[in-house]
Design a protein around this ligand. Structure first.
Ligand SMILES: [Zn+2]
Length: 321
């Protein structure tokens, strides 16, 4: 059977990045769970012989104590991508010079840690701007993967910030586009080319449910699984079926918290799925991965980008602020 391809990527958000966005004290000590979550996730992927893309945060890549664990990612044949240096979901407010510095520093740090220079980018909290896209194109990136075409971004933001008690009015202002705006829901699910100053740049959106534009990434499925495993699997089956019917090649997004539980850290209990121990979550993750594998061939995002460009010329889009 000739199965369509699905790219899988993991945003390697560290413990401190969540605490920082949430305004929790202690983030500036850069607490980390990379030594737990990276080997655990690599093992799960190895069992399936899956190779995916890991979007790495520059600040973590620069830290020598993380180098051994990050090196395993490329040693096991995975792609590494750039997930910004400071992981600030208000990246769209940065000046051109700030974006340039942010990207360059992260590229150097990831290359130092893993031996490979990234050619794909995903903005923290799905943030992007025309300036960012221009800089990515100029720096020779093969693709951007920052858009998240869903109508539910503003609801996720309200939920996230409702429990963030330490944020000042100014800090809240910076987060007013966290997880995207309602208008992002109007963006296409299929890949397209951004028109930038230095030529076209491929965009591979995070796939959401065809027609309904509701999230289908793993964290959302696990959230549903907290109510009912049957519901989570039914929802995922519906998403896979609709993608196949509409000819959409999936780009599935993973996060470290999909592989961690309340027994790994108690500092992230503001996430609904982090109130449960890891074992039950991992069982459901395995079942959801089985379902993906039965319908799709899993590839890293770079391979997805190459496959798209080899067979079609995606439509050109203008970026709006
Ligand atoms: Zn992130």
């Amino acid at each position: 059977m000739n199965r369509p391809i699905a790219s899988v990527s993991l945003d390697l958000d560290n413990l401190w990045t969540y605490m920082k966005t949430h305004g929790d004290t202690g983030w500036a000590d850069y607490p980390s769970y990379l030594d737990i979550v990276v080997p655990r996730t690599l093992d799960i992927l190895k069992q399936r012989d899956w190779h995916i893309t890991w979007f790495i945060v520059g600040k973590d890549a620069e830290e020598p104590k993380h180098h051994a664990v990050l090196k395993q990612i490329t040693e096991q044949g995975h792609e590494v991508g750039n997930h910004s240096y400071h992981h600030e979901p208000w990246l769209h407010l940065y000046s051109e010079a700030e974006i340039e510095a942010e990207l360059a520093r992260t590229e150097a740090a990831i290359e130092q840690a893993t031996g490979v220079r990234p050619t794909g980018f995903r903005g923290p909290g799905y943030s992007y701007s025309p300036t960012l896209l221009n800089v990515l194109s100029r720096r020779g990136y093969a693709y951007d993967a920052s858009t998240f075409p869903t109508f539910l971004g503003p609801i996720a933001r309200l939920y996230y910030l409702a429990s963030a008690k330490n944020l000042s009015a100014e800090e809240r202002e910076k987060r007013q586009k966290l997880f995207g705006t309602f208008r992002d829901g109007l963006r296409p699910l299929r890949p397209y080319m951004w028109r930038t100053e230095t030529g076209p740049l491929l965009e591979i959106p995070v796939t959401t449910m065809p027609f309904f534009k509701v999230p289908i990434h793993l964290s959302y499925l696990l959230y549903l699984g907290g109510f009912s495993r049957t519901l989570a699997k039914l929802y995922w089956r519906t998403a896979l079926t609709l993608c196949r019917m509409t000819g959409i090649e999936l780009s599935l997004l993973l996060h470290p918290l999909d592989f961690l539980g309340s027994d790994d850290t108690d500092r992230l209990s503001f996430f609904p799925a982090m109130k449960r121990p890891a074992a039950g979550k991992l069982k459901l993750v395995g079942e959801l991965f089985d379902m993906l594998e039965s319908a799709y061939t899993v590839v890293p995002m770079r391979d997805h980008a190459n496959a798209i460009l080899a067979r079609t010329t995606p439509p050109i889009m203008y970026a709006e602020q």
